[in-house]
Design a protein around this ligand. Structure first.
Ligand code: ATP
Ligand code: MG
Length: 234
């Protein structure tokens, strides 16, 4: 994976700064967790990283990319299921990526099996449970064979059991060589899934710390307050 480089990235809507001069480099290797309270700007930052939003100022680029892109995929905080079967949802993503019909069918079946949903391949995706839909969304992204996968709050609306299943699946995807960049506001999840923590608050990247140190010795008062459950301050 090529490094993704953000330089002084800001994003404003109607003059309100949502992302405030974020500079960072995300490279291959460690699982990167963007942690922060509700409204910190995590989803917006993720959309900026994936190229779905353009910064108001500053720059974002894959260093050394020939066509400005790398093989990347994103799973949204609220996954959108098309009005068709689980299998067809995955196949459609592959179609958009220019994969041949034959290959699409094979890959879609394989990946559904890998996420443990082979049995419900033909069921309309929109009637699936939240946990199943999230697995379909992950499968749809995974099927693209991304070098880097952006996951926005992958378990936000799931119960602990379904969350564990998703976390296991993220581990499998990573084991296949995909770089994971994810957001969460869940401290336990950040601890379990993160190697490095990027702490975001009020649109600012407050600190970037290896996970072990983050939870024992954060470098900022804001992160310390968040860990204690005292952020946002009022
Ligand atoms: N397109 C937009 N137009 C106006 N305001 C926006 C837009 N997108 C996001 N915001 C605002 O930017 C702030 C950050 O939103 P964002 O969704 O990135 O937060 P978050 O950290 O992902 O929160 P959560 O943990 O609840 O998912 C919020 O105050 C939100 O209302
Ligand atoms: Mg969000």
């Amino acid at each position: 994976m090529l490094p993704l480089v953000l330089e002084e990235v800001s994003f404003a809507v109607n003059g309100r700064l949502i992302i405030d001069r974020v500079s960072m480099e995300i490279g291959a290797g460690p699982r990167t967790v963007i942690l922060g309270p509700n409204g910190a700007g995590k989803s917006v930052l993720m959309r900026l990283c994936h190229g779905l939003l353009a910064p108001t100022s500053g720059s974002i680029a894959w260093r050394g990319a020939v066509n400005g892109q790398t093989r990347q995929a994103m799973v949204f905080q609220r996954p959108v299921m098309l009005r068709r079967s689980a299998l067809a949802n995955i196949a459609y993503g592959l179609k958009l990526a220019g994969i041949s019909p034959r290959e699409r069918a094979l890959r879609a079946r394989d990946v559904l099996e890998a996420v443990g949903l082979a049995d419900i391949a033909g069921r309309p995706a929109r009637v699936l449970s939240g946990g199943e839909q999230q697995r379909v969304a992950l499968a749809r992204a995974w099927a693209l064979g991304p070098e880097v996968l952006f996951l926005d709050e992958p378990t936000a609306n799931l119960d602990p059991g379904a969350s564990r299943d998703i976390e296991t699946l993220i581990g499998q995807i990573r084991a296949g060589g995909t770089k994971i960049v994810m957001t969460t506001h869940n401290l336990g999840q950040a601890k379990r899934l993160g190697d490095e923590i990027l702490f975001l608050n009020q649109g600012r990247l407050v600190e970037r710390t290896p996970v072990g140190q983050f939870f024992t010795k954060p470098t900022s008062a804001e992160a310390e307050a968040f860990i204690r459950g005292e952020l946002p301050w009022n």
